[in-house]
Design a protein around this ligand. Structure first.
Ligand code: IVH
Length: 704
C-alpha cells in the first residue's frame, strides 16, 4: 500500500493512463518496492508484446509514462535500480570502437557429426579413452539443442556483470558489455547464492524468429534495411557501437556452460551446472535432456528435429556432451575441440511443391537468372515461395516444366534450391521459354561463348540494373547510406529523379519528401545520411562503384596497393595483375570500367558533389608504406595545401614528420619564406624538395 492507500497494481494502471503522477519521495520502502516490481514486470511484458508478439496492448505514450515512472521511482529509491530493471537496459552513449577482450579460457568449437553412425563412433572413442584412464565405462550424456546464434561470454565478479565478450578467434574477442547489458535475459546481478566469486558464463545469443519476422515487416514498411536471417540479426545487433540500437533489438541469451571460475566451486556434472545457472537467473534451454546411453542421444536428435519447426528460435543441430566433469577432464581436447562433446548437424530439409512459373530477374551486372515461383511450402522453418535456378542450363538439366511437382531443399540459411523434379505435371507440359530480350528494359540478351550466364545488354539504361546498382552503392559495406533501401530506390528511379548514382547527391528535400511513405523527418534523415556518406574511404568507394567481380576484399586490395584512384586509372594490365586477388578476368573488368567515359563522368560528378576519402599510405610492391622509416620536415608557405595537410599526407604515406631538421631527416619540403630550417638542411646536405617537385612525386597529395 502506498501513502494514499492504492495497491501497486492500481497505481500502475493510473500511471499508465496518465491520471496519476505520484510523488515517489513520499513513499515508504515497502510500497516503493512493490510498485517497482510491478513496473518492471509490466515493462518487460510490454516489450515482449511489442517486439515478439506484434500485439502491443498500450500505445507509445503510455509505455513512456510507465518508463518515466520507473526512472523517477529509482531516483527516489536508488537501491531499487541496482537489480534487474528495464531502466538498466536502454543503452548508453555510442562507442568509437570495441575494445579487445582476452578470454581467460579459450572459447572452443565442436566437432561435427552428420549421421547416427558418427555418433556411435563418438561414443566408442569415448569409452575406449575412459577405459584407458580407468574411469567408469558408461558415460552419461547431456543432449541440448544447438542454437544457431552468436556465442557470448559473460564475466561476473561477486555476482555483478563486469564484462561481456564475443568469441572472436576463440582467444581474443570484442568487449560488447554495453550491448549485452541491454538484453533482458542477461542477468546484471546474479540471483540466489553459492556462485563462485569470479564466474564466467557462456551461452548463445539468438533473435527469436517471431521478433525477427516482425522487425523485418516493420523495417520494410518504413523503407529501412531488413535483417538477412536471425543469426546475422543477432550478430549485427550485438556489434552495434550504439548500445541504444541494440536495446531495440529483441535478443535472448541462453546459457549453456561456464568458463573460467575462481574462488568458489561448481557442481561435479554439467547437468548440475545448468541447474545452478537457472537458479542464478539464467535462461537455460527447456529442451535439455540427459541420455543414459548414446542410443538415447540418437533418438533425441530425431526428436529435436521434429520439434524444430515449432521452435521460436533457430537451431542447426544437437550438442551431445559428457555429463561428468571428471570424465571430461580425462578425455581432454584435440586441437580446438573437446573430445567430450559433439555437434550433430541436421541434414538439409526438403519438401515437395508445385512449380507455378519461372521469373527472369535482372541483377546489378545485368545477369539474367531464372527464379522458380512455387506454391508456398514450409521447409526448414520458413515458408518458401521462390527458389533459385541458377541459369538456363540448370532448367534443361532438371528437365522441369510449369506444373511439375518439384523438390525444394534448404540447408541452414542458404537460399532455397530447386533440387530435382519429383513428378511431371499432367497433360501437355509447358517447357519454360528462355527469353531473348531483357524482361525489364527489352534490350537484347547476350550469352558469351562457353558461359552459362545470360546478360542484359542495356547497362544502366536498364531500370533493373540501375536500381540494383544504386542499392549496391548505398549498401552497408559500400557508401553506407542509411535509409536508402530498395523501396525508395525503386521510386527514385521510376519517378526519373535518379538515373545515375551521382544524381543521389543532388536530391533536394521536396523531391525526397514527395515519395511514398516518406515523412518530412525521414526525408531529412535520408538527406543527412547522403551528406554523411560523402566522407568515405577509398576501399568503400571502389566497392560501391560495382565493378564486375570487384567485391569488398578486392576493392580493399586495390586501394591498399594503388593508394589513389588516379593510380588505379593509370594502371595498365600488368600493374593490375600485381594486386592480390586480381586475375585476368578481374583486370579486364576493371580496365573496361575505367575506360568507359560514362563511368568516368559519374566518378567526376561524385567527387564534385563532395565524395571524398582520406589519403592512404602508398605501398611499394613489398606492401610496405612508401615512406615508412623516413622522417620529413615541412617548412615555409605552400600554395595548393596547408602545411598541416602536407603533414597529414606524409604521415599517411608512413613517414614521420618532425619539427626540426637533423642529420636523421630524410627530406625537407620547403615553400617560399622557409628560414633557418632550410639553411640547416643545406648545411647538413639533407634532400630539399619544393612544392612543385613534391606534387610531381605525389600527384595524389593535392587530391586528398
Ligand atoms: S557447448 C567446447 N552448447 O556452437 C564447446 N555450444 O561449435 C562449447 N552452440 O559457437 C560449446 N548451442 O556457441 C555448446 N548447447 C550448446 C550450443 C553451443 C550452440 C554453439 C557455440 C559455438 C558452437 C560450437
Amino acid at each position: 500500500m502506498s501513502a494514499s492507500g492504492e495497491t501497486a497494481a492500481q497505481l500502475l494502471t493510473q500511471i499508465e493512463a496518465g491520471i496519476a503522477a505520484p510523488d515517489f519521495a513520499s513513499f515508504k520502502q515497502r510500497p516503493a518496492k512493490a510498485l517497482h516490481s510491478a513496473l518492471c514486470e509490466s515493462l518487460s511484458q510490454h516489450n515482449r508484446r511489442y517486439y515478439e508478439q506484434d500485439a502491443p496492448s498500450i500505445d507509445d505514450a503510455a509505455y513512456d509514462r510507465l518508463f518515466a515512472a520507473l526512472q523517477a521511482l529509482e531516483a527516489a529509491f536508488p537501491s531499487l535500480a541496482g537489480v534487474d530493471s528495464p531502466s538498466q537496459r536502454v543503452g548508453g552513449a555510442p562507442l568509437d570502437k570495441f575494445e579487445q577482450a582476452q578470454h581467460l579460457l579459450p572459447m572452443l568449437s565442436l566437432d561435427n557429426a552428420f549421421d547416427a553412425d558418427s555418433l556411435l563412433q563418438f561414443d566408442k572413442r569415448i569409452k575406449e579413452r575412459l577405459q584407458k584412464a580407468g574411469k567408469p565405462l558408461q558415460p552419461v550424456y547431456v543432449c541440448e539443442p544447438k542454437l544457431d546464434g552468436v556465442a557470448l561470454s559473460l564475466l561476473y565478479e561477486n555476482g555483478v556483470l563486469q564484462r561481456a565478450a564475443t568469441r572472436g578467434d576463440g582467444s581474443v574477442g570484442e568487449n560488447i558489455t554495453e550491448n549485452a547489458r541491454t538484453i533482458e535475459s542477461v542477468p546484471l546481478q546474479l540471483a540466489g547464492k553459492g556462485f563462485p566469486a569470479t564466474l564466467e558464463v557462456r551461452g548463445e545469443v539468438v533473435m527469436p524468429l517471431s521478433a525477427f519476422n516482425l522487425y523485418n515487416q516493420r523495417a520494410e514498411q518504413a523503407g529501412e534495411k531488413t535483417l538477412v536471417n536471425p543469426r546475422n540479426a543477432a550478430a549485427g545487433s550485438l556489434r552495434q557501437l550504439d548500445s541504444r540500437i541494440t536495446a531495440q533489438r529483441p535478443l535472448r541469451f541462453f546459457a549453456y556452460s561456464t568458463g573460467y571460475i575462481d574462488d568458489g566451486e561448481l557442481p561435479a556434472q554439467h547437468s548440475g551446472v545448468l541447474a545452478a545457472l537457472k537458479r542464478w537467473g539464467f535462461l537455460v534451454n527447456e529442451h535439455v535432456q540427459p541420455a543414459a546411453a548414446i542410443e538415447q542421444g540418437i533418438a533425441y536428435c530425431e526428436h529435436i528435429q521434429q520439434l524444430r519447426t515449432g521452435l521460436d528460435y533457430a537451431i542447426d543441430g544437437v550438442v551431445i556432451k559428457v555429463d561428468s566433469f571428471e570424465a571430461q577432464q580425462a578425455l581432454g581436447f584435440v586441437s580446438r575441440a573437446p573430445r567430450w562433446a559433439i555437434a550433430y548437424k541436421f541434414p538439409a530439409e526438403e519438401a515437395t511443391t508445385t512449380l507455378l512459373d519461372i521469373d527472369w530477374q535482372v541483377g546489378r551486372t545485368g545477369a539474367v537468372t531464372p527464379v522458380a515461383k512455387l506454391e508456398p511450402v514450409f521447409v526448414g522453418g520458413v515458408t518458401v515461395s521462390n527458389a533459385t535456378l541458377h541459369n538456363a542450363d540448370e532448367i534443361a538439366r532438371l528437365d522441369i516444366a510449369i506444373g511439375d511437382r518439384v523438390v525444394i531443399r534448404r540447408a541452414g540459411d542458404v537460399i532455397p534450391q530447386l533440387a530435382r523434379k519429383f513428378e511431371a505435371g499432367r497433360g501437355r507440359r509447358k517447357k519454360p521459354a528462355v527469353p531473348a530480350h531483357c524482361p525489364v528494359c527489352g534490350s537484347s540478351i547476350e550469352r558469351a561463348e562457353g558461359e552459362a550466364v545470360m546478360r542484359c545488354t542495356g547497362g544502366l539504361l536498364c531500370g533493373a540494373q540501375l536500381k540494383e546498382s544504386i542499392v549496391h552503392f548505398a549498401s552497408r559495406k559500400a557508401m553506407d547510406i542509411d535509409g536508402l533501401g530498395d523501396k525508395i530506390v525503386e521510386q527514385l528511379v521510376d519517378k526519373g529523379l535518379v538515373s545515375n548514382v551521382a544524381d543521389l547527391y543532388s536530391l533536394v528535400h521536396e523531391e525526397v519528401s514527395g515519395l511514398e511513405r516518406m515523412a518530412d523527418k525521414s526525408a531529412q534523415n535520408l538527406l543527412d545520411a547522403l551528406a554523411q556518406s560523402k566522407q568515405t574511404t577509398l576501399p568503400r568507394f571502389l566497392f560501391a562503384l560495382g565493378i564486375r567481380e570487384v567485391g569488398e576484399a578486392t576493392a580493399r586490395n586495390l586501394a591498399l596497393h594503388f593508394a589513389s584512384l588516379e593510380a588505379i586509372y593509370a594502371a595498365d594490365r600488368d600493374a593490375l595483375l600485381a594486386v592480390d586477388d586480381v586475375g585476368d578476368i578481374v583486370a579486364s573488368h576493371i580496365q573496361a570500367f575505367f575506360a568507359n567515359t560514362g563511368n568516368k563522368r559519374m566518378i567526376d560528378r561524385l567527387r564534385k558533389a563532395g565524395v571524398q576519402w582520406p589519403a592512404l599510405p602508398q605501398t611499394g610492391s613489398n606492401g610496405e608504406a612508401v615512406l615508412a622509416g623516413q622522417t620529413w620536415v615541412v617548412t615555409g608557405k605552400l600554395e595548393s595545401m596547408t602545411r598541416d595537410e602536407a603533414k597529414a599526407f606524409l604521415q599517411a604515406q608512413g613517414a614521420k614528420v618532425a619539427g626540426s631538421v637533423s642529420a636523421k631527416t630524410s627530406c625537407v619540403l620547403a615553400g617560399p619564406g622557409a628560414g633557418s630550417k632550410l639553411a640547416k638542411a643545406q648545411q647538413l646536405d639533407v634532400e630539399i624538395i619544393d612544392e612543385a617537385g613534391f606534387l610531381q612525386r605525389f600527384p595524389e597529395a593535392s587530391a586528398s
